[in-house]
Design a protein around this ligand. Structure first.
Ligand code: AMP
Ligand code: ZN
Length: 145
């Protein structure tokens, strides 16, 4: 899809701070994070809504989101929970027409910070955040060796 911003990120024609990539799925930091570490997981092949997404792709996207939520718990973000959300369709406030799973790290007692983040949507040091999540992924992987 020529004009799709997430397809451009997949093709390397638009910038993104990548967290994870395989043949089918890409994860990168949300440009306007609600919380530090807010990540989006997308199928590489364009699908506008869940209606267009092959079921096995949905499985792959969720598997990566699941892993990221666990990695965030093992990272310096100090998460002890996460919101995994798909806004599917305009009626559900989907603003980017390429399926994406939000993975938003949460920590006990962060309600006010979350509310503030929801309004401000300000990014911080993306590279440092990406490094922290990747370290969590390494820790998760080492548990499964
Ligand atoms: P949604 O309302 O579920 O469609 O959310 C779309 C998300 O994509 C928002 O959280 C945006 O901040 C995020 N977003 C939009 N453009 C970009 C981009 N170029 N890079 C990273 N995240 C983006
Ligand atoms: Zn797309």
């Amino acid at each position: 899809m020529g004009s799709c911003i997430f397809c451009k990120i997949v093709d390397g024609d638009a910038p993104a701070t990548k967290i994870y990539e395989d043949d089918d799925v890409l994860a990168f930091l949300d440009i306007r994070p609600i919380m530090r570490g807010h990540t989006l997981v997308i199928p590489k092949k364009h699908a506008t809504e869940l209606e267009d997404l092959p079921a096995d792709m949905g499985t792959k996207v969720f598997r990566v989101g699941h892993g990221l939520a666990l990695a965030m718990r093992r990272s310096d973000l100090d998460a002890d929970g996460a919101n995994l959300v798909i806004n599917d369709g305009k009626s559900a406030f989907q603003t980017v027409p390429h399926v994406h799973l939000h993975v938003i790290p949460r920590r006990s007692g962060d309600k006010l910070r979350f509310a503030k983040g929801f309004v401000l949507r300000r990014g911080g040091d993306a590279e440092a955040t990406a490094t922290a999540i990747k370290a969590g992924m390494d820790r998760l992987e080492s548990e499964h060796l």
